[in-house]
Ligand binder design. Structure first.
Ligand code: LLP
Length: 432
């Protein structure tokens, strides 16, 4: 009935998240409010981890891509579930450090790591850098030399695979700011160079073809291309590559029309093609990494809002405004993303009219749902937008000086604040 499996409706007709009444959560913690179902997050972690054991003999590691939602809380959950962590900035790395995340299981990404970020990571013993370019490689080799260590690295490769997703979140093709390309020899050259350096050790190669992808085929294709490249590196350089990181990007259900692949299927398919190609090319079967972000947290999230003004412009459009918007969820304005919404205080009510749910920012494009068929909505209703656990809080802003909402994690009927609501004081705390 809903896009996320953890949602239901109770006898009062209220939306239930895990075992928590959404209307009660809104009352207790205020709105807008991000709610995360910790039980579902943990379940997703386990699905990936178990599939790695079942289909690949456990010879791999699932990394949580923390850009989807980064906080001390989620780093602790990922750690408890035995996952590694993909971080992409000094800030995400710092969060992992403060959450006592085991640094050997942290993989540091990014297409323009600053010298400060590189030093912070080396100093704290980050397991692997995913090196993006020659400038980073040289800076890292120097930094590692000064620190007296040999830093383990992987390279971000553009495998040239076309993933069918929004062009802003497609990354595998040659015209991308991320990584080095295979087809023009750039990838080969940079790895050759690295293999001659004293303070880096080439452990693996990495690719990430895009995000919110529903097809298995592009992942299979990317895995095959990467395995063939491992074969080429062995043949031409005598270099043995131990690790293959295939990135994230596994699609989820935002609306009824989305048709995601069960998460364990990815590993099943990838395992097959990796082992086959390893045998064909006479290379050893690599340790595999994958980096799901969205698929772990997005379905577990719901954002609760309070409905304010309702504006019915006859023969034009009916606008329903809520107390949040692009500040807490910029995905519509950035990608025209579609969501599903429920009136939490009458979750079973019949959907009878078309409305546009608007945010409260001074921006016409500040929309959450365009032309959504909803039950009749009134001032004071609690609106729940579903599947907001990824790329909402992590992409939130203070535009119009609107404080960021709190994040509440629910588990087995209990609710706890894991990120406090910002106050007006917080908004001015760095102003001089
Ligand atoms: N690994 C790498 C190297 C990535 O760049 C990403 C996402 C991931 C893993 C995780 O991908 P996921 O499993 O979450 O799809 N802001 C956009 C999504 C940008 C994704 C960036 N990279 C959105 O809201 O749709």
């Amino acid at each position: 009935m809903f896009v996320s499996e953890n949602l239901s409706v109770n006898e009062k007709g209220h939306l239930v998240i895990g075992k928590n009444d959404a209307v009660e959560l809104a009352k207790e913690f205020g709105t807008p409010l991000y709610v995360l179902d910790e039980d579902l997050i943990r379940k997703h972690c386990r699905v990936y981890r178990d599939a790695m054991d079942k289909y690949y003999g456990g010879n791999g590691l699932v990394l949580y891509a923390s850009k989807a939602f980064c906080s001390l809380y989620i780093c602790r959950v990922a750690k408890e579930e035995g996952l590694g962590l993909d971080v992409v900035s000094g800030g995400e790395l710092y969060t992992a450090l403060k959450a006592d995340f085991p640094m050997d299981k942290v993989y540091f990404h990014g297409n323009n790591k600053t010298v400060d970020e590189i030093e912070l990571a080396v100093k704290n013993g980050v397991g692997h850098f995913i090196v993006d370019n020659i400038y980073e490689l040289e800076t890292l080799n120097e930094t590692a030399k000064k620190a007296g260590i040999v830093q383990k690295i992987m390279f971000r490769i553009k495998p040239g695979v076309d993933a069918h997703t929004h062009s802003f979140i497609q990354t595998g093709q040659i015209d991308s700011k991320f990584g080095v390309a295979l087809e023009n020899g750039e990838a080969f050259e940079i790895i050759k160079r690295a293999s001659e350096m004293s303070n880096v050790k080439v452990d693996g190669i990495h690719c990430h073809i895009g995000s919110q992808i529903f097809d298995i085929e592009p992942f299979r294709k990317a895995a095959e291309i990467m395995m063939n490249f491992i074969g080429d590196l062995k043949d031409k350089l005598g270099l043995e590559i131990d690790m293959l990181n295939l990135g994230g990007g596994y699609g989820i259900m935002y609306t009824e029309s989305d048709d995601p692949v069960p998460y364990d299927e990815y590993i099943r398919h990838i395992s097959g093609i990796v082992k086959e190609t390893a045998e064909k090319r006479g290379v050893k079967v690599p340790f595999i990494l994958m980096e799901p972000g969205r698929s772990i947290v997005a379905p577990a999230g719901v954002t609760l809002y309070t409905v304010g003004g309702v504006k019915d412009i006859k023969n034009v459009r009916k606008y329903v405004s809520v107390d949040g918007g692009m500040g807490d969820n910029p995905r519509y304005i950035m990608y025209q993303s579609e969501y599903e919404a429920v009136i939490a205080n009458k979750a079973n009510a019949e959907r009878t009219e078309k409305v546009t749910i608007a945010g409260k920012c001074c921006e016409s494009g500040d929309i959450l749902l365009k032309d959504a068929v909803m039950p009749e909505i009134h001032v004071g209703d609690t609106l729940a937008v579903l599947a907001t656990g990824a790329y909402n809080y992590s992409m939130a802003s203070n535009y119009n000086r609107i404080p960021r909402p709190a994040v509440v994690a629910v588990s087995d009927g209990n609710a706890k604040v894991v990120i406090k609501r910002e106050t007006y004081e917080d908004l001015i705390c760095n102003d001089l």
